[in-house]
Design a protein around this ligand. Structure first.
Ligand SMILES: CC(C)(COP(=O)(O)OP(=O)(O)OC[C@H]1O[C@@H](n2cnc3c(N)ncnc32)[C@H](O)[C@@H]1OP(=O)(O)O)[C@@H](O)C(=O)NCCC(=O)NCCS
Length: 221
């Protein structure tokens, strides 16, 4: 039987030293979706970013990063990846459960965990669509409910925004997930992660936010 996998949160020094964490990060996401490594390290140093890993017999076999939103207290899951040799054995699910529990425990009044997920219908190929469907099924099994499929992710490398689902797992059994929650979470994700941390200009973010606040007060004062 396998040794049990241990999930843990990393401080900045351990994060910098963990070469396997960074290899997994580099190999698991397309270049256009990756933040520079120093942005992730900076977010952890500032305290708004969290880093997690799963360890098996001393080796890092999964990584995750998240961002603590301020304006609406919630954890924004940014990246989650499992070593290709260990997929399908519960590691990714275990790490997702662990980081959600950490967020609920440590964010005062935390609403839960929110994250972006690619839409199955936008996949260019049938196999690509099936991968996205499997991933969405995985997220649903771990408590993620669809808040909206009309969200657009600001492109980190420039270019057109990418349509995405927004999934949300409430902290308690009784869920939030109202349209007001969705708007507030999206606003916080745009302004706090993509704006403050990634440096995407406010004008571009304001344009993405505008449809969500068409009947309310202006999204950015
Ligand atoms: C999605 C992912 C984190 C799941 O980790 P995992 O350890 O394999 O997950 P678990 O063993 O806990 O659960 C297995 C489920 O994960 C999903 N999954 C596993 N491998 C997958 C893959 N290659 N592609 C998509 N989903 C996958 C499936 O729903 C699977 O259940 P199924 O076999 O019944 O279809 C992992 O596949 C991964 O690292 N993918 C690449 C990076 C990524 O897409 N991250 C998510 C967006 S940030």
């Amino acid at each position: 039987m396998d040794d049990p996998v241990r999930h843990e949160q990393l401080d900045g020094a351990v994060l910098t030293r963990d070469g396997r964490f960074w290899e997994l990060y580099e190999h698991s996401f397309p270049p256009a979706e990756k933040e520079p490594r120093d942005v992730i390290e900076k977010s952890v140093r500032l305290g708004c970013g969290l880093a997690f890993r799963s360890v098996l017999r001393g080796e890092t076999v999964a990584m995750a990063t998240a961002h603590i939103l301020r304006e609406v207290p919630a954890l924004f899951l940014v990246y989650l990846a499992v070593d290709a040799r260990r997929k399908g054995r519960g590691t990714g699910g275990g790490l997702l459960e662990f980081l959600h529990a950490q967020g609920c425990r440590t964010i005062p009044g935390g609403l839960g965990t929110v994250w972006e997920a690619e839409r199955a219908r936008d996949a260019a190929t049938e196999p690509g669509k099936r991968i996205r469907e499997r991933r969405l099924a995985f997220f649903h099994r771990h408590g993620g409910v669809l808040l909206t499929d009309a969200y657009r992710q600001p492109a980190l490398a420039g270019g057109q925004p990418v349509p995405m689902n927004i999934l949300f797992r409430p902290a308690g059994a009784a869920g939030s997930g109202t349209p007001e929650d969705a708007r507030a979470l999206i606003r916080a994700i745009y302004l706090e992660r993509y704006g403050e941390l990634n440096g995407i200009p406010r004008q571009r973010l304001a344009a993405l936010l505008a449809p969500w606040f068409a009947e309310a007060s202006p999204p950015i004062a």
